[in-house]
Write a protein that binds this ligand. Structure first.
Ligand code: NAI
Ligand code: 15L
Length: 269
């Protein structure tokens, strides 16, 4: 497959979308932006809803690849998650199939496996094929997205890298994030690797930096050519002084998904 040049970035107005529309062009991509909200400073961005199949099909027409970030990014009611994350992701894959787009990068989440106990002491890192244990309807929608990606590879030859992102923000803001943080620069490195690696079929990877306190196995990400350069440890002293070490008796400290595992609040969205 020739390296993709024109990439549709869904969710371009969001936090991660804003970071990636700054960073991904450095790798030579021309981005087409899509979001249901206007994108600051980007008058050419397509304002559309994933629920609108015609708008989605038009958005994917002519691109080489898609980085799919759009959707509800926290817990919400099942009905909202169903519309945005499940039906919306289906609409996007169907449009990609119809328009002949062969490479997708799907923003999955650590919350697809959020009820997995976090490694402690000498426990091994969590492998990428650990059983799914979604911690929310949100996490369940990411399990769906990963399975949809598998189906579209097996049946239609559309390739996907599903990236189970930890926490991609400019800096980690909690002690848990010391383990799951992906710096924006490493995020762009990983998305670039996911866009350009040959023969990915459907590959699931964890998305994080090379954190000293890492909880999961990055080998499938490294196999794509991803070489993380950042480590959250530089933030550890300050965060631990403010918040203390993680406790294993607190469920929100004892599982990969953090506070998503507690009887989940319906965050406003
Ligand atoms: P965000 O909530 O800041 O951005 C999501 C964007 O999607 C928003 O701009 C929103 O307007 C758009 N959107 C929502 N529903 C839509 C629809 N029906 N049609 C069109 N656009 C729609 O979320 P963030 O943090 O930027 O995350 C991006 C993606 O990465 C999400 O899919 C999220 O689940 C995933 N992710 C992010 C992580 C992170 O650390 N930021 C961690 C794990 C996964
Ligand atoms: C996610 O999936 C969310 O989209 C993001 O806002 C963070 O909460 C992240 O997980 C996390 O686990 O920290």
């Amino acid at each position: 497959m020739p390296a993709p040049r024109t990439v549709l970035l869904t969710g371009a107005a969001g936090g991660l979308g804003t970071l990636m529309r700054e960073l991904l062009p450095q790798y030579g991509y021309t981005l087409r932006l899509f979001d249901m909200r206007p994108v600051d400073g980007e008058p050419d961005a397509v304002v559309g809803d994933l629920a609108d199949r015609d708008a989605v099909r038009e958005a994917v027409r002519g691109v080489d690849a898609v980085v799919h970030l759009a959707g509800i990014s926290l817990e919400a009611s099942f009905d909202k998650i169903l519309k945005a994350n499940i039906e919306g992701t289906y609409n996007l894959y169907e449009a990609a199939r119809e328009e002949g787009v062969r490479r997708m990068v799907f923003a999955s989440s650590n919350h697809a496996v959020g009820y997995t106990p976090r490694p402690q002491g000498d426990d091994p890192l969590i492998p990428v094929d650990t059983p799914r244990r979604p911690d929310t309807f949100y996490g369940l929608s990411k399990c769906f997205g990963e399975d949809l990606a598998q189906l579209y590879w097996d049946k239609h030859g559309v390739e996907t890298v599903s990236v189970r992102i930890g926490s991609c923000f400019p800096e980690p803001t909690s002690v848990r994030m010391l383990s799951v943080w992906m710096s924006p620069a490493d995020g762009a490195r990983l998305f670039h690797a996911a866009l350009t690696a040959e023969g990915v079929g459907h590959t699931v990877v964890y998305g994080s930096s090379a954190n000293t306190r890492l909880w999961w196995d990055l080998r499938s990400a490294r196999a794509l050519g991803y070489e993380p350069r950042d480590d959250s440890e530089v933030f550890a002293e300050k965060l631990i002084a403010e918040q203390g070490e993680l406790s294993s008796s607190d469920p929100s400290h004892a599982h990969l998904g953090g506070h998503f595992v507690t009887n989940p609040p319906i965050w406003p969205h």
